[in-house]
Design a protein around this ligand. Sequence first.
Ligand code: GLU
Length: 577
Amino acid sequence: MSKNVRVRFAPSPTGPLHIGGVRTALFNYLFAKKHGGDFVLRIEDTDQNRYVEGAEKYIVDALNWCGIPFDEGPGKNEKFGPYRQSERKDLYKQYADQLIAEGKAYYAFDTPEQLDAHRKDHEANGKTFIYNWHNREKGRLVNSLVLSEEETKAKIDAGEHFVVRFKSPKDETLHLKDIIRGDISIDTNVLDDKILFKSDGMPTYHLANIVDDHLMQITHVIRGEEWLPSLALHQLLYNAFGWEAPQFAHLPLILKPEPTTYVNKNSAEKFIDIYTKEALEEFDYSEAEIKKLIRLIFENPKNISQSIRINEKKDSKIKKDIKGLLKKGLYGKLSKRDGDKIGFPVFPLAWTEPKTNEVSRGYKEDGYFSEAVVNFLAFLGWNPGTEQEIFSLEQLVNDFDLERVNKAGARFDPDKTKWFNHHYMQQQLDLALAEQFKSTQPELQDIDINYIALVIGLIKERATFVNDFWGLSHFFFVSPESYDEKASKKAIKEGTIELMQKVIDIVSVTREFTVQNLQSKLKGWITENNIGFGKVMMPLRLALVGELQGPDVFEIMFLIGKNETVKRIDALVNSIK
Ligand code: GLU
């Protein structure tokens, strides 16, 4: 690549960054770093009505947490700044003016009411209203293409609201290129004359985005598939200005998780209720009718995808409607609401909605390691072409390639995220995990950090989150208060008391209290006397843990120490007597 690679992540601060946005940022970051380029953060806040307090800070915090900080952006390395579009406001007008002067854009004065009337007229005739070459100069629409120069000026001077529209060309075929999707041809006749600028002095997304990508010398635009329909207009704008366009790559959509991973006999009822409610909001059928149909579909959770396939010939209208709704709800694009519905975070960090104080869960607060989140996001649309799944950020930078990004939507898999987290948990230092564990568990405040680290070394294999630690390890810190009923039935038999008393004797005289020593002494005694391992090990485990789970019994004895071991066996014996 000859030019210095410069990419940008250009979110609008309309709320917390969705996990799909983080994926876009990540792919931009990886591409930039792979080519030794720059990763720019630009805040696209031209739509002040949708501005949400705190969203920009959230975006920056999220990128930092993921370990993908921007090189240039608000408050950092402002070579091409400012990086907030609201602070660049005065810059855009001259570009809109330039296009008007060159006859490539025009003023339009149609009021929202007039446009609405046109829309309704068209609908009544079964048509769709598009503002473009076929009607812009016919006289029914009010714009500078039909008004005289004086009339146009008079309207503007009188303070009438106007917009500047791009004059999409007629009868041209546009040849577009997308790194992921290949060649795309578009007939310009289907394009509408998009609004570029408004009389309140604000540009729309399209104009601001093009102007800024040009001025910031962006070489590659990597963004979500939802922007693909804008590509033709963007290319036309580059052509109109006589600027070289960047290269484009539109990333695949992120789809909802496969319903079979979370709908089962137990949870089906919850989803029947959710979708019945949604259907009631959308359609006029009775609740009973809707519920009956939905229940039928959820009856066999494994077959949902077949059950909602619409049979154009056989299905009644209600069936088609309900199946259509479920299709969208269960298989469509991952939405911000899916997290709450299905029970996993869709945001990197927790977010408190400033107006309602409603809190949404975040990966960080739910106990995910950022390495796991990054690794799993990388696989949403990309794959290395090998079996390797574990990738550090450095390895991703090394192996990432836009050519290996798929066109097809990538299905989100919350279980896979957990799998990655489990993996990265094993990579963490026990001492680092111990610090985290101690800081969240009040019972551990007076316990030596090195002891906690030893315990973690024994149990982390079975943990996915730091939150799992207490459940897996409480018996290393406090003796059992009771014994699991089922486990007791299984472990306590005739003769258990005597056997446990003997274990106490052996443990008490074991001077070198090591795992190995304990093991060889106890095992030796069991074998010599032909006792049967279960008869000893089960009640012993019950005494130490309170149930029949946990790591190696000898490791537990070693860590809690001789006195505590004897005390616990004694307690079990007393409870049986
Ligand atoms: N502001 C747009 C967004 O919110 C940016 C789209 C683009 O990258 O061009 O996603």
